[in-house]
Write a protein that binds this ligand. Structure first.
Ligand SMILES: CC(C)(COP(=O)(O)OP(=O)(O)OC[C@H]1O[C@@H](n2cnc3c(N)ncnc32)[C@H](O)[C@@H]1OP(=O)(O)O)[C@@H](O)C(=O)NCCC(=O)NCCS
Length: 183
């Protein structure tokens, strides 16, 4: 665990890249992918493709990008995916996706802060439920989700194909109404 807990840290919604933000976000994602990923990529894509991906996220109307900063440097992120306008039945349900922290920024409490910030963003957007799915191998992430009251409702034994094997995935939801939320 990191020892210096006086290092300034914060999480925020990002609507434009400034300074070294894009570069730092790419570096953080690459480091997390090389460490074992868990959020889609199995190997880092070429840098130009990674940059295009993050630039594209800011342009998608239904996606909000949240980042974590340690000493000002972006070290991880998470996204809130809001339902598309044609999805009337799912209009109150959002999805948390692409959640990671670079290995060097783990253990500072930023994971809980990021998921809480996404949940706050979802409430502000009028959503009542936040859902997500995760590989069963991502123990730290699962610990964070369950700590924050996410309820597991399902398991898919053929969720992800990793290194020549199927890996199971778990499905979770969180009721964003504090009155309904499990303690
Ligand atoms: C998920 C992730 C963002 C969590 O960030 P983190 O900084 O490692 O989180 P923390 O250090 O706060 O650890 C989270 C909790 O898991 C616990 N934990 C650590 N290692 C663990 C393990 N092997 N098994 C179970 N729990 C573990 C920690 O003790 C902590 O619990 P606590 O708050 O009760 O002490 C980060 O590990 C990551 O980027 N992982 C790879 C990507 C990923 O799995 N994303 C999720 C995809 S859905």
């Amino acid at each position: 665990m990191p020892e210096d807990h006086s290092v300034p840290r914060k999480v925020e919604r990002l609507t434009e890249f400034q300074g070294t933000d894009l570069h730092d976000l790419c570096d953080a994602a690459e480091a997390a992918i090389v460490d074992g990923g868990g959020f889609g990529w199995l190997a880092p894509p070429p840098r130009q493709m990674m940059e295009s991906y993050w630039k594209g996220i800011l342009l998608v109307p239904e996606r909000d990008l949240f980042v974590a900063r340690l000493d000002g440097t972006i070290c991880g992120s998470a996204q809130l995916v809001r339902p598309t306008r044609n999805n009337e039945a799912g209009a109150a349900v959002g999805t948390l996706s692409t959640f990671f922290l670079a290995p060097w920024s783990r253990g500072y409490g930023l994971a809980v802060q990021l998921v809480e910030r996404v949940s706050k963003g979802a409430r502000e957007a009028g959503l009542e439920v936040l859902q997500l799915d995760v590989r069963e191998t991502q123990k730290r992430a699962i610990h964070v989700y369950e700590q924050l009251g996410f309820q597991r409702w399902g398991r898919n034994p053929r969720y992800a194909w990793v290194d020549g094997d199927w890996v199971s995935g778990f499905y979770y939801y969180r009721d964003l109404d504090p009155e309904n939320e499990a303690s």
